[in-house]
Design a protein around this ligand. Structure first.
Ligand code: FRU
Length: 445
C-alpha cells in the first residue's frame, strides 16, 4: 500500500545539504596512490564492479572451500569508456582469497537486458542466485538505458580440487521495475543520469526479515518545493531503494519507500550495501564528484551512514559521510567500493579506474589516443583497504595487496606501522570541482 507522498517524504532519512556541504578529504579517509598489480588475474578483460558470493545473511561465503567473485567485464581490446554498453558478468575463483583464476562468463547468453550491470550473488542451500541489472531492452534494436532489477537462478555450480565451474541452464526473471511513485521511471527523469539498478539482498539480523536494496532516484515532480523550489538542484535526486520479501523468498519483492535519500545533494548513490556490527547498521554507497548538486563539493568516493535499525534514522559517518576518497591528484583512481566486515575491521575492495589521470574532467580522457586511455585505466581490482569502524567514525588504517580478499576465517596480518602515510594528497590547486558537469558522457546516455 503506497502512502501519501508528503508522509514518506517527511520520513525518509536524508543526506542533508548542510552535512554534505562539509565534505572534505582527511587523513582518515584519503587513500595513497595505487598502481595496477604486477600479476593481473583480469589481464584479458576490463574488470570493474565486483561482488563476492555471500550467504543469505550477507556474509561472504565459500562454495566447497572456494571463494567466488563475480565482476562486470568487457574485452580489454575495447576503449574503457565503451565498456558499460557491453558489460558481461564473469566469475573468478580462489582457494585462499589471494590467487584468483578467471572462470568464464556466468550466464550462457540468454540473460535479460541488452547487457548486464551490477550485481550481487547469494549462495543459499546449494543454489546460486545472481541478482543483476537488466540494462536496456533486449527486444529493442537500439542501445537504450532502461534499467530493471533481475535475477538468474537454477544454474549449476560444480567444484573440483582445481576449479569452479558455473553454468546454465538459468532461469531469468525480472524482479522489480520502477513504480513512478517511490522510484522514478526513466520517463520521469529530469537529471543527467537515470538509475534503477544494483540489487543487493540483506537479511536483517535483528528481525530475520529479508530485504533487497538498490540504487534509484526519487521522483521530484516539476513545481515541487523541494530544494527551495530550485529546478536545477531538484535534478539531483538519488536515493537508496528498498524492497521487502514478506515470505523470505528471494524471488518475491514488494517496494517500500526509499531507505535513504539525497535529494538536492547527489544524483547517484551507487551499489548500496549494509554491514551490520554490534547493533549498528552501516549503509554504504559509491558516488562521483560530478553527480553532486551545484554547491556541494564531493569526490569519487565511498560514503557511509549509520543507524540503530535498518530503517534508520541514518547519520552520515565522519560528520559529512565520507568514508574513502581518492587522492586529490588522482581523483578517478578507484571506484565502486564494496565493504565487508572481517572481525572488528571493515575491509573494502574496489577496482582501479583511471588511476593515472589528474585532469580537470573525466571527459578529457576521451581526447587522448586510444592506447593512452587504456594505459591510464586499471580495469582490475585495486588493493583492499582496512578500516576501523565504531559508532559514527571510520578510519583507514592500512591496505592489503591487490586482489587480497580474506575469507572470514583468515587471520589478518598485524597493521603496519607508519599509517597514515606522511604525504596524503588532500587538496590540489587544479582539482576538478563538483560544479563542473563533467564525466557523464562516459555513461548511460
Ligand atoms: C558503478 C556502476 C553501477 C552500474 C555499472 C554499469 O560503477 O555505475 O551502478 O551497475 O557501473 O557499468
Amino acid at each position: 500500500m503506497t502512502r501519501d507522498r508528503s508522509e514518506w517524504e517527511a520520513e525518509a532519512p536524508t543526506w542533508s545539504t548542510e552535512r554534505a556541504g562539509r565534505l572534505s578529504r582527511t587523513v582518515d579517509t584519503v587513500t595513497p596512490a595505487f598502481e595496477p598489480p604486477d600479476d593481473d588475474p583480469a589481464a584479458t578483460v576490463h574488470q570493474w564492479d565486483s561482488w563476492q558470493v555471500r550467504d543469505r545473511h550477507g556474509e561472504v561465503t565459500s562454495i566447497d572451500g572456494w571463494q567466488v567473485l563475480i565482476s562486470l567485464t568487457a574485452s580489454a581490446d575495447l576503449l574503457p569508456g565503451k565498456r558499460h554498453d557491453v558489460a558481461t558478468l564473469r566469475y573468478f575463483y580462489s582457494r585462499n582469497g589471494r590467487d584468483w583464476e578467471l572462470g568464464g562468463t556466468v550466464f550462457d547468453g540468454a540473460a535479460l537486458g541488452q547487457r548486464q550491470w551490477a550485481g550481487s550473488a547469494v549462495y543459499d542451500d546449494g543454489e546460486l542466485f545472481v541478482f543483476y541489472t537488466a540494462a536496456g531492452d533486449e527486444e529493442s534494436e537500439e542501445l537504450d538505458y532502461s534499467q530493471r532489477i533481475a535475477v538468474g537462478h537454477g544454474g549449476s555450480v560444480s567444484t573440483s580440487g582445481e576449479s569452479v565451474e558455473i553454468g546454465g541452464p538459468w532461469t531469468h526473471e525480472i524482479l522489480l521495475e520502477p513504480d513512478g511513485e517511490y522510484y522514478e521511471t526513466q520517463a520521469q527523469s529530469r537529471g543527467m543520469i537515470y538509475t534503477f539498478r544494483d540489487p543487493w539482498p540483506f537479511q536483517d539480523p535483528e528481525t530475520g526479515e529479508q530485504y533487497l536494496l538498490f540504487e534509484a532516484n526519487t521522483p521530484v515532480p516539476e513545481g515541487s518545493d523541494r530544494c527551495d523550489g530550485d529546478p536545477q538542484r531538484q535534478e539531483f535526486n538519488g536515493c537508496i531503494g528498498i524492497a521487502h520479501s514478506p515470505t523470505g523468498d528471494l524471488l518475491e519483492w514488494e517496494f517500500e519507500p526509499p531507505l535513504f535519500e539525497a535529494v538536492c545533494v547527489n544524483q547517484e548513490l551507487e551499489r548500496p550495501h549494509v554491514v551490520y556490527k554490534d547493533g549498528q547498521y552501516y549503509l554504504f554507497c559509491s558516488s562521483h564528484l560530478h553527480t553532486f548538486a551545484p554547491g556541494v563539493h564531493g569526490f569519487d568516493g565511498l560514503y557511509g551512514f549509520v543507524a540503530d535499525s535498518l530503517h534508520g534514522e541514518y547519520r552520515p559517518v565522519n560528520d559529512a559521510g565520507l568514508v574513502v576518497a581518492n587522492p586529490a591528484n588522482r581523483p578517478y583512481q578507484s571506484y565502486s567500493w564494496m565493504a565487508f566486515g572481517h572481525g572488528e575491521e571493515l575491509l573494502v575492495q574496489s577496482f582501479l579506474n583511471y588511476h593515472d589521470f589528474g585532469g580537470h574532467s573525466l571527459d578529457d580522457i576521451g581526447e587522448l589516443p586510444a592506447e593512452e586511455q587504456k594505459r591510464r585505466f586499471g580495469g582490475t581490482l585495486g588493493p583492499t583497504l582496512r578500516l576501523s569502524y565504531e559508532g559514527d567514525k571510520t578510519r583507514i588504517r592500512g591496505v592489503l595487496d591487490h586482489w587480497h580478499l580474506p575469507g572470514p576465517d583468515e587471520e589478518l596480518p598485524e597493521l603496519a606501522a607508519g599509517w597514515p602515510p606522511d604525504d596524503p594528497v588532500l587538496k590540489t590547486e587544479d582539482e576538478p570541482q563538483s560544479g563542473d558537469r563533467s564525466g557523464q558522457t562516459e555513461y548511460y546516455r
